[in-house]
Design a protein around this ligand. Sequence first.
Ligand code: AMP
Ligand code: MG
Length: 313
Amino acid sequence: MQTILTESPEVAAGFIRNGGVVAFPTETVYGLGANLFDALAIKRIFAAKLRPADNPLIAHIGDLDQLELIASEIPESAIRLMDAFFPGPLTIVLPKTQKVPTVATAGLKTIGVRMPAHGLAQDFLKACGTPVAAPSANLSGRPSPTDWEAVMEDLAGRIDCILQGNPTDIGIESTVVDCTSPVPMVLRTGGISLEQLQEVVPETSIYKPRGNEKPRSPGMKHRHYSPRAEVILVEGVNAEPGEGVAFIGLQVPSGNFGELKVCESLEEYARSVFAFFRDCDRHGIKTIYCQAVEESGIGLALMDRLKRAASGK
Ligand code: AMP
Ligand code: MG
């Protein structure tokens, strides 16, 4: 299959309306979209990414009116969180309608909904005229793509089209909050911090599966965010330099590294980490040292991604 590159949201939306799969930029990472109500098109997302069938997709909307097509009920906590953070890097999990095919939700009776705060994504979603189901536009297990070149690297020849935008602003995925339980539960940390959520709904908590409980966010058990190089999480600049060795963090380590990225802020660290992982792979780096950060604000989501990359899970 030929993958068309375009800067036109209308051209990209044309592929969605014809049952195709299209990568598009958002403020978090690039997504790989298909018409939410077209089960065959949704299956093509799973095939292109080699994504396990038990990993649900997020429904992206360009218009709040589309919510009633997707969600059968909108609890009070969800209304408050949507008022505060839509459009933005927040996904709300709600009970799904019959109309949403179960392939999209990996068999779950719930659906994650997000409205991106990104001009080109909004123009694209409006032109599609339908909610668009989209996971991140990478091969399953690889670091999420933060520029269209990374999408090309993983998916050229496997998808219909890439809507070319700028590199993404936040660089890690949306926060996923389950609003189907009395207390909103954070299933995945991300672009909106726990502190921000708690300002709006103070009882919001981080979900941790108890004992043998089936995890509520099935996708989180799969291997994630992994470069080919080994990732080692370190305190401070405690890293062994070398040619095939890389370092990313907030302080300057001593010695010479094959790849080095010193970030000025947590935000820059989060924005750069996945692209850095991919750069390291392109340059044959064998070991990547990542400086640990404090687990508050965006630091909580960043540490989640670093720990998963380091553990290979
Ligand atoms: P990705 O966009 O590739 O990061 O994948 C979307 C992720 O959102 C999944 O791996 C899940 O962790 C989460 N997610 C999506 N839909 C649901 C849902 N209905 N219930 C729980 N988690 C979900
Ligand atoms: Mg993903």
